[in-house]
Design a protein around this ligand. Sequence first.
Ligand code: DP6
Length: 456
Amino acid sequence: MFSATVSAPTNIACVKYWGKKSVALNTPINSSVSVTLDQNDLKAVTTVCVSKSFKKDRLWLNGTEEDVTKSKRFMACISGVKRLATTKVSTEGEVLVDKSEWKHFGVHVSSMNTFPTAAGLASSAAGYAALVACLAEVFGAKETYPGELSTIARQGSGSACRSLYGGFVAWRMGNDHDTGEDSLAQQVCDENHWPELRALILVVSDEKKDTSSTEGMSTSVNTSKLLGYRASTVVDERMRSIEKAYTERDFETFGKITMQDSNQFHATCLDTYPPIFYMNDVSKSVIKIVHAYNRWKGKVAAAYTFDAGPNAVIYHLEDVADELLALMLQYFPDDKFLGSLFGSSFVNNPQAWDRAKAFGLDDELLRMCDAKGRARGMGGDVKKIYITKSGPGPIVLSKEEALLDPETGLNCYVKGVAGDGGGVALGLFGLGLIGFGFVVLGGAGLVLGGGRGGKK
Ligand code: DP6
């Protein structure tokens, strides 16, 4: 039996992927670009064990077994990485497995998120990136051209291809529509390029999202003329400008394009027939307050973006981090009752929370924000705030982090058991399985903390 454990980051797009050119290849109608987020704050962890004695491929997601034979996406990742497998040789040079033998090996996978799956924070991107990176580690996969592994992750979930690299990462849509070989991720800048860049994530209270990305894209491609216009006329120019802005650390241009592109993506959702609504009233209040803040600052100092859900990601620079968090805590504070019951795990960084609490916000700024119609001190609409920054791509972890038993290759991870994350999950989550493109059941619950869980 051979095994490895890998962690992988989420990413949040600044120019969005929305719409498939080929459903079979999972190629997009436009290029996109995203910031890879820091795995210290949000990550997926995956262990893969392979053995000739495994009768079939198996997957455990957040501790619960799934039938993977039904998931074309999952199976495409396994077969894709197997094709790039190399011969395994011991340190003494003895051949342990010839590359032609790997096809006879069954694959066991256990995967978990250190952040609430039901919150819709790009968990499928992190999950499939971790899967492909982990399979590549176990099989000693070698790319025949740069970015080839990202073409495999793309088949799991489009946005996952960007999570294979750290920093600022573009997904080039490619021209080869028969194979999808050149529809791949490329790092524009690494995670150390812009150390001052921060992301504030507001996990907004929400009912279960009723339209998955995959389904939403399909309806948009079939019905929205605006989406066609966006892909043919808008995105390429935005990609050039935002890559230049990021490279030059020009926050104003980076932030403006990020907000405009998020707004255009949600406009294409409204232009879809029947329309899709991913943002809710809380999301819209965040937008108004960010614009009021920027007007008061006299420049773009904060830039929101929303994926296929109501959660806000607000990019900003370190020098305004305390002020921006203080402002958000004024208008989107925690639920005082639950906060007093469980202690404040509302913000993932206690020092930042303390600094923001002590920050004296300007009266004129508050007056300008009040005028946007959102009352101050209304707790509970935001469930959790993450403060994070850009981070690296997948990381190989030690054997101690394994989620599969090294003797049996069976799952040994249990969700919710006190472990290194120590979070508390409340409510009816059912099976929160956004991670690998399965159905989400439940999701109407409430999550406090990370909920890392522990070993059996
Ligand atoms: C709005 O990558 O989840 O987050 O390829 O069907 O799995 P599939 O879609 P997915 O879509 C992400 C859409 C988005 C924008 C983005 O991340 O670029």
